[in-house]
Design a protein around this ligand. Structure first.
Ligand SMILES: NC(=O)c1ccc[n+]([C@@H]2O[C@H](COP(=O)([O-])OP(=O)(O)OC[C@H]3O[C@@H](n4cnc5c(N)ncnc54)[C@H](OP(=O)(O)O)[C@@H]3O)[C@@H](O)[C@H]2O)c1
Length: 277
């Protein structure tokens, strides 16, 4: 029988890789008791890393830890999700919610592995979760209670912010925005660094300037009640230097390119979902 939540809520992580460890690290840092976290992962390296973090219950097989969990976090690669989840079908306690963080695995697919009556949340985190600055989009299937939503929110809030979406298809948009988004900014920063080097700057200085500018711009935009369009206009004085750069972006079709990239990302997520169903 599952416990009555709060800090005492029991979380079973199935898969103890990078993303699970990021979430567990955040939970432990926030004071969640070690004995409320259990992890199943057959990899000795993963288990060793988890024990070093302070996790006291690591096992090889998911079947050993799901039966007393309030929240089960599915954190294995999408390609093995069916085999792993089907392995503990029928053992999930009533009242337990299952949250999958895998891209491309639909609620329909998860129910076919786990059973039609299981409460399912889909969650799409992103890699800044590794440094506690992630943002996760979450979707709850119809059978998920408010208390179960809170459990999922609390787990993900340990590594950043959380947003709930109303439709499962919105998760594919979350993937196109925040799930894959860090790579878009990395690509943009990479280009800025390379061009600064072409202009004669050493790579370390170019990298420091670029990263601090990205950090400062995101911090500013999220700290003030001014839209990003207005922030951009505010630094683009007529006849000034920034205006020339922004004009080059616009004439070069920056927004069209971003649209194409995000549509390609979303469409890949949709195809993956169909392939894995
Ligand atoms: N990393 C991200 O940025 C990110 C973002 C959003 C969503 N996700 C999703 O998060 C999930 C996990 O990603 P990740 O980056 O954390 O992957 P990962 O580091 O490869 O972690 C997956 C872990 O699951 C283990 N595993 C393999 N078979 C298992 C089994 N039968 N039972 C339990 N554990 C098993 C793996 O061990 P072995 O290494 O020995 O196979 C590995 O330690 C994926 O579905 C991914 O799509 C990741």
């Amino acid at each position: 029988m599952a416990s009555q939540h709060g800090d005492a809520s029991r979380i079973a992580f199935i898969g103890g890789g990078n993303m699970a460890r990021a979430i567990i690290g955040g939970l432990l840092a926030k004071g969640k008791p070690e004995d409320t976290i259990a992890v199943a992962d057959p990899s000795p390296d993963a288990q060793r890393a988890l024990v070093e973090m302070g996790v006291t219950r690591t096992v090889d097989d998911a079947g050993a830890i799901v039966s007393d969990a309030d929240l089960i976090v599915l954190a294995v690669k999408p390609q093995i999700m069916r085999a792993v989840a089907s392995g503990f079908r029928g053992t999930i306690p009533e009242g337990t919610v299952v949250m999958s963080i895998a891209a491309g695995i639909s609620v329909k697919a998860l129910k076919s592995y786990l059973g039609e009556d299981v409460a399912i949340v889909r969650c799409m985190p992103n890699t800044p979760a590794l440094v506690g600055r992630g943002v996760a989009g979450l979707y709850a299937d119809a059978g998920v209670s408010a208390l179960q939503r809170d459990l999922a929110t609390d787990a993900m809030a340990a590594v950043g912010s959380t947003l709930w979406v109303d439709h499962e298809t919105d998760i594919d948009t979350v993937i196109a925005v925040s799930g894959s988004g860090p790579a878009y900014f990395f690509a943009f920063m990479e280009a800025m660094i390379n061009v600064a080097v072409e202009m004669g700057m050493d790579r370390k200085t170019a990298t420091d300037l670029t990263l601090q500018t990205a950090l400062g711009a995101a911090t500013l935009a999220s700290s003030v009640e001014i839209s990003v369009s207005d922030l951009r206009r505010n630094v683009s004085s007529p006849g000034g230097t920034t205006e020339q750069a922004v004009k080059a972006f616009q004439e070069g079709g920056l927004e069209t390119l971003v649209r194409e990239a995000m549509l390609a990302c979303k469409s890949r997520a949709e195809v993956m979902t169909k392939e894995l169903e």
